[in-house]
Design a protein around this ligand. Structure first.
Ligand code: KG4
Ligand code: ZN
Length: 363
């Protein structure tokens, strides 16, 4: 079964064709990073407008790369939630229209769950480049998933496809958002995750110490305190008090200070999510542990989990960790095994909806 996956929930316009949930036939991502970088973050109106310009060419390219005509496509899967409303609307309206015009079943996919399914892509057709370093097999259930992106930080226990429980989530900022905000304070470019990760390579992770948030639910997260602690330490470092504006700090820092702050922040942010993942592993004893979302590309996170988990940590290649259509098409396949398609005339987007309300398996 070949599924066309469409993703436009934030600042990536993406489409891909995946066969039977695991074989990648094409994967096209048009990123808007360069456009938003000049503003230091995603501007929702600009994101929506850019999706409108990019979406048709991106879908055409995904079909062409997969060597597919419309009659070869069995279904369309599209991200309908959560995300920026204007961005979500573009992908869903295009998917609805294509489903009607080409008489294809349409499946509505929850983006955060989609990230996890990047880990289920285990083969790619030899005709598409670049060749990715894919995992040899799909993760086994029960599976513990750490989802860490620019908008989400969640620990989820999957008993089977669509059968999952949210065991913890951030109560304020997502971990990726903390990376992005700290990067901004340090004068590093957007998106902050890769920039911090690279700057940290040359820094001392023990130079500055920051507190870890204590939460009433063991598996919940909080990153806004860490972000403020970094700002206060930066202000102290340059001899200023707490009223000094965060956007003027960077110009007074040396390169070595930037590297040390990046490394010290990254250490605490990563340790926080690793500690909770290890604890959840001990309690639930899953068969596999996967990481997903943009932050899953972080070297330090991968390293700490590799060293500390009793079983092998599983992750997708960096190209499939950020937003993409392949993860949506892969989940679309498993979803289609147990669910009816949605009505393309009435599908609505859901910008804000919790993972607690989205499990779908009917067993
Ligand atoms: O999954 P994603 O592409 O989009 C969302 O659904 O949010 O995640 C984007 C986030 C950004 O906050 C970005 O800074 C972070 O992932 N990120 C990283 C790395 N690459 C991207 N964080 C840490 N290390 C990286 N290498
Ligand atoms: Zn995402």
């Amino acid at each position: 079964m070949k599924i066309l996956g469409i993703e436009s929930s934030c600042d990536e316009t993406a489409a891909a064709v995946v066969e039977d949930g695991f074989r990648l036939l094409s994967n096209v991502v048009a990123t808007q990073i360069d456009i938003h970088a000049q503003y230091g973050g995603v501007v929702p109106e600009i994101a929506a407008r850019s999706h409108i310009e990019a979406i048709n060419p991106v879908i055409q390219q995904a079909l062409a790369d997969a060597d597919c005509a419309w009659e070869d496509i069995d279904a369309i899967a599209v991200t309908y939630a959560p995300g920026l409303i204007g961005s979500l609307l573009v992908g869903t309206l295009v998917a609805r229209t294509l489903a009607i015009v080409h008489h294809k079943p349409l499946y509505a996919i929850y983006h955060v769950e989609g990230h996890v399914y990047a880990n289920f892509i285990t083969e790619q057709s030899s005709t598409i480049q670049p060749q990715l370093e894919l995992p040899p097999r799909a993760p086994a259930f029960p599976m513990l998933a750490l989802i860490a992106s620019g908008l989400h930080t969640q620990l989820v226990l999957f008993r089977g496809h669509g059968d999952y429980t949210l065991i913890g989530q951030t109560q304020d900022d997502a971990v990726g958002e903390a990376f992005d905000k700290v990067a901004k304070m340090l004068g590093l470019p957007y998106p902050g995750g890769p920039a911090i990760s690279t700057a940290a390579l040359n820094g001392d992770p023990n130079k500055y110490s920051f507190p870890k948030a204590r939460m009433s639910n063991t598996y919940d997260f909080s990153f806004s305190g860490l972000k403020t602690a970094v700002l206060r330490a930066l202000q102290r470092e340059i001899g200023q008090d707490y009223t000094f504006p965060s956007h003027q700090v960077a110009e007074q820092l040396s390169e070595a200070q930037v590297h040390d702050f990046a490394a010290s922040f990254q250490k605490v942010a990563v340790e926080t999510i690793v500690d909770k993942t290890l604890r959840a592993y001990e309690e639930y004893q899953p068969q596999s542990v996967v990481i997903a979302g943009g932050v899953a590309a972080d070297r330090e996170l991968r390293k700490q989990l590799r060293q500390q988990l009793p079983i092998a940590i599983e992750y997708a290649p960096p190209k499939l960790c950020g937003d993409n259509g392949a993860m949506i098409a892969s989940l679309g396949y498993y979803y289609a095994q147990q669910n009816q398609p949605v009505d393309p005339y009435t599908l609505e987007v859901q910008p804000v909806i919790s993972m607690r309300d989205t499990a779908w398996a009917n067993h």
